[in-house]
Design a protein around this ligand. Structure first.
Ligand code: BGC
Length: 414
């Protein structure tokens, strides 16, 4: 009896060591309804592949909180196995020597051929893949509740001037025009849409990606702040601090007519059982129909000394680029697959619009990286833009003051 119990204990211990060796601890900030459903599928795929999942979720839209926690874990010599890091930050972590490469998986599975150049470039450090992309989000979207528009006698706006006119009609009919969460990254998301819609992609690229002094110090920048300032009057008084998904639910529930947000918002409509073109509309943010601000989510892999942990990382990287994962994850997340050549039929009309715009904007120069979502400039600069946008939006600064503040804070961060 004792022998049998001991044998069972040993077997259990062996099993748990094996399971532990193959665990991945994954830092992410996907905690809303649509996001949680998406990340649950990654866990499911890994479990199927024999890799254990240790969830390290840090709530907070846009990931600022998660990045703070990641830094403290990394500095104390205890980074997670993989973390949701994207854009130029991948390079910053790579330069600091924290990342391990997954190039053997990328080569064996031909990632260079499976990914658009604009995506694969960002995933590499020193020419080797150190991160795996899960999706492509389009940020410049306007989400609308058609019933409210109809009741207010308003039409869905295609320019920012028209947006201001239609929003007024909606307010006059007793609805909140724009569902907004007063958090710096959400202010910056709306600001980015105004930059692109008012200035166009060429101005966007020069001023907010290349940080060209003349483009920043132009009349266009002042016009951007003028329009952005008008939006202050279109949100409700309870917006400070509100999470983005709560703002989305206001559009879903018929409290507010519109939200300017990336297509992770679509994940919330999907989870609520809503159909695009029927229950809600997804259109390009005003003035941006030919453009696409891209935001690619990815997992970067932190250097591990343990061989089993390295194997688990490689399995995770392999699963992420798999067709199953790229399909199901993105159906839930609201984004489109990062992997090229995927079947489109199960995706909805918003995803089709995004897929088409991704291809066409790349040909016309309208494909630009999102500065509000960490794709365009180093963290210090995007922080300076966040601060300026949020200070302006929450004050009565004039457009000229906004512009001066923007130039000064970018300069200080460079
Ligand atoms: C991320 C999305 C996420 C959103 C809200 C964005 O920066 O790329 O994956 O859903 O923030 O947290």
């Amino acid at each position: 009896m004792i022998k049998r119990t001991l044998a069972a204990c040993v077997a259990a211990a062996t099993l748990s060591t094996a399971a532990q060796a193959a665990d991945v601890e994954v830092l992410h900030y996907w905690t809303s309804g649509g996001e949680a459903k998406s990340v649950a599928y990654l866990k499911e795929k890994l479990t199927e592949a024999g890799v254990g999942w240790k969830d390290f979720a840090v709530a907070g839209g846009g990931g600022e909180n998660a990045m703070t926690v990641l830094k403290s874990r990394a500095v104390s010599g205890n980074p997670p196995t993989a973390a949701q890091i994207k854009g130029p930050s991948i390079q910053e972590w790579g330069e600091l020597g924290f990342l391990s490469d997954i190039d053997s998986v990328a080569k064996a599975n031909n990632w260079d051929a499976l990914l658009p150049g604009v995506v694969s470039d960002v995933m590499k450090h020193d020419g080797k893949y150190v991160a795996a992309p899960v999706n492509v989000h389009r940020v410049n979207w306007l989400w609308a509740n058609p019933e409210i528009f109809q009741k207010a006698g308003a039409t869905i706006p295609t320019t920012w001037d028209d947006f201001l006119v239609q929003a007024k009609k909606i307010q006059d009919a007793g609805y909140i025009a724009l569902a907004h969460g007063g958090q710096a990254w959400q202010d910056a998301t709306v600001f980015e849409a105004v930059v692109l819609g008012v200035g166009g992609p060429e101005y966007y690229q020069k001023a907010f990606v290349e940080l060209d002094a003349d483009a920043l110090n132009s009349a266009t920048t002042e016009e951007v702040f003028r329009v952005f300032g008008e939006i202050r009057g279109l949100i409700d008084e309870n917006s400070p601090g509100r999470d983005w998904n709560v703002a989305t639910s206001m559009v879903i529930n018929g409290e507010a007519a519109m939200q300017i947000m990336g297509d992770w918002a679509k994940g919330e409509f999907t989870v609520a059982g809503k159909t695009p073109g029927v229950d809600y509309a997804c259109v390009a943010a005003p003035g941006t129909s030919g453009s696409f601000t891209f935001n690619v989510d990815s997992f970067a892999f932190f250097a591990q000394s343990d061989a089993d942990a390295q194997k688990a990382q490689q399995e995770m990287a392999k699963q992420i680029l798999g067709q199953d994962f790229q399909k199901v994850f993105n159906l839930n997340k609201g984004s489109i697959p990062a992997r090229l050549g995927m079947a489109r039929d199960e995706f909805d009309s918003c995803a089709h619009a995004s897929m088409d715009a991704f291809v066409s904007s790349a040909q016309t120069g309208g494909l630009v990286p999102s500065f509000a979502h960490g794709m365009a400039v180093p963290e210090a600069v995007s922080g300076a833009i966040y601060d300026t946008a949020t200070n302006f939006f929450n004050s009565d600064q004039s457009a000229a003051e906004g512009k001066a503040q923007l130039i000064a804070s970018i300069q200080a961060a460079m």
